[in-house]
Design a protein around this ligand. Structure first.
Ligand code: G3P
Ligand code: CA
Length: 287
């Protein structure tokens, strides 16, 4: 499991990241999913965050209640036609917490355990995961926190990057050392904002990860970002051995998502990726 980094003499572990905790096995982005991922031996917990009306940092992939698995406080499932009206940015966290996001399971992930649970706060995830780590004497793991943001949603489904970053940094700065945190986003304005905060001495100097799902070359995407991120994180089917080598030449680590089949995991590891993000950490730990 331990590989030597190509650009440093310090051995770094191959980074197995539990996607949304371990979505293949437990309700996504919930406390049970994160604790299960730790049981399975992940080196990083991957998660998504959005902002509520009362400015809480909530762990959720969508900025609304996904009809595929959400149940309203009155016990009826969220309907596809209404899901996008249930905008978390327009709801206080006390109301968000009343929705059950686990009892119905997720039909796309039939192995996922069904249990009553809810969308947690980022602060709660950190507190629970750290308590678990100490109780089980687990090694320190990282938190890969994706700020779910897109320019068309500014001030509608999430705040603009400056406020979003301020709210997230307030939670992590008090609770985690910077070396245990990665901030990731598809919205490069968020990454640029964080970099600016670091340069101004305002934000913790965490690792920054550029998420990519477009067909442009890594060089083009890096040019658009305007600085060298610590990690380049593309959809795994966009990768080639050559692209990995080109990124490594720039001392940028490569961690693709979301890799769920073992043959893909084995091939990507052979190509030299530095880790992978998976819904099924149980399929990756023995690589
Ligand atoms: O953060 C990597 C991966 O999670 C990006 O895709 O849509 O699952 O957040 P998504
Ligand atoms: Ca994500």
């Amino acid at each position: 499991m331990i590989a030597t980094a190509f650009f440093s003499s310090t051995p770094v572990p191959f980074d197995i990241e539990g996607h949304r905790g371990c979505r293949g096995l437990m309700p996504e982005n919930t406390i049970p999913a994160f604790l299960k991922a730790l049981d399975l031996g992940v080196t990083t917990l991957e998660m998504d965050v959005v902002i509520s009306k009362d400015r809480q940092v909530v762990v959720s992939h969508e900025p609304y209640f996904n009809a595929a698995f959400s149940i309203k406080p009155n016990g009826t499932p969220v309907d596809k036609k209404e899901q996008k009206d249930l905008v978390l940015y327009q709801m206080n966290y006390a109301d968000i917490k009343q929705y059950d996001t686990g009892s119905n399971g997720n039909p796309t992930y039939p192995e996922q355990q069904k249990l009553k649970t809810y969308k947690p706060l980022l602060s709660e995830v950190i507190e629970q995961a750290e308590t678990y780590r100490k109780a089980k004497n687990l090694p320190a793991f990282s938190y890969n926190i994706e700020l779910k943001s897109e320019p068309s949603g500014y001030n509608k489904s999430q705040p603009e990057p400056a406020l979003f970053c301020d709210l997230v940094q307030e939670i992590i700065a008090k609770r985690l050392p910077p070396e245990r945190v990665v901030i990731q986003s598809f919205d490069f304005a968020v990454l640029k904002q964080w970099k600016k905060g670091v340069q101004a001495g305002k934000y913790p100097d965490v690792r920054l990860s550029a998420l990519v799902e477009n067909l442009r070359s890594p060089e083009k995407n890096l040019e658009e970002l305007g600085f060298k991120p610590d990690i380049y994180s593309p959809y795994f089917k966009l990768l080639s051995q050559d692209k990995i080598a080109r990124l490594h030449e720039k001392n940028i680590r490569v961690i693709p998502w979301t890799v769920n089949q073992q043959d893909d995991m084995v091939r990507l590891k052979k190509w030299g990726v530095d880790g992978l993000i998976t819904d099924y950490p149980n399929r990756a730990v023995g690589l």
